[in-house]
Design a protein around this ligand. Sequence first.
Ligand SMILES: NC(=O)c1ccc[n+]([C@@H]2O[C@H](COP(=O)([O-])OP(=O)(O)OC[C@H]3O[C@@H](n4cnc5c(N)ncnc54)[C@H](OP(=O)(O)O)[C@@H]3O)[C@@H](O)[C@H]2O)c1
Length: 309
Amino acid sequence: MSNVMQAARIHQYGDSNVVQIESIPVPQPKHDEVLVRVRAAGLNPVDWAIRQGYLQAVTSLPLTLGWDLAGEIVEVGSGISDLKVGDEVYAMIQLRGGAFAEYVILKRNEVAKKPATFNFVQAASVPAGALTAWQVLFETANVQAGQKVLIHAAAGGVGAFAVQLAKERQAFVIGTASAANEQYVRELCADQFIDYQTTRFEDVVKDVDVVLDTVGNDTLERSYGVVKKGGIVVSIAGRPTQGAGGPYGIRVLRIEVEPSGEQLTKIAALIDAGKLKTLVSQVFPFADVRQAIEASHAGHGRGKIVVEI
Ligand SMILES: NC(=O)c1ccc[n+]([C@@H]2O[C@H](COP(=O)([O-])OP(=O)(O)OC[C@H]3O[C@@H](n4cnc5c(N)ncnc54)[C@H](OP(=O)(O)O)[C@@H]3O)[C@@H](O)[C@H]2O)c1
């Protein structure tokens, strides 16, 4: 194994031109860390948001972009007994990033064995989307069988997993997307579809228990009125004002996804049981990582974009 690797890095915030593929030393795993040979890395809106400098308060330069990945463990740091060289894993990395590279260091608590039934490209498309949906629906909203759940952007990277996880909990699921994505959202087993471009969801939906807001702005604010008393709106995209739910008798929260190998292990079990699917809409070679980030930024029709490394 060479001691240098290729990595997609930024030394300043800005547009596509700030992303450079560079040779840098392969990092060494410390206590409670593993070194992973990255085979595929998934794209998320956070890639371009960080590149652009929107998260300067919590990131520092230079940094290697990329937060979702699948690959093989090539070195195990001290203190880890349940993972070994050769294990095929997948992960979402904490905000330090580093997935758009040939090798990456992962903390023990970020890593899970990859789903056996998924290849590296499919596995790399899962972590952030599925973890966000899991943490919103199961940890924050505690969705129960029979509850009505409204998922905005049901064809998106988070929304598609959210539809499937809510159905897994036997909720009644309503998904919004444009008409082009209706069939896809219905294939995910949503019970009701709303074309947000032709129908205001608040005209056709009421008495919802849980809303997952992936859009923010007025989609977030218009959601309050469709929730029944005691219900909850969880936003991952908007910034609800303090006390916004008070007049409606509902809770309104914003959450930030956290890495979790433990939850990814449960998600892998659902995948291997055939209960959770992924849709990889585009695969780019590593040399075209800039274009992959641009494609993600442009907003795609459905599913996930992945870079093969
Ligand atoms: N807080 C957190 O921890 C966290 C975690 C993950 C993601 N996020 C944020 O959550 C948002 C969604 O992430 P993502 O990965 O799901 O993004 P994504 O995959 O890029 O979402 C694209 C989808 O959004 C849909 N869409 C756009 N405007 C819509 C609207 N007004 N109503 C309904 N659907 C609409 C599009 O559907 P059509 O093509 O049919 O229009 C498309 O399928 C992003 O802003 C991201 O930054 C936050």
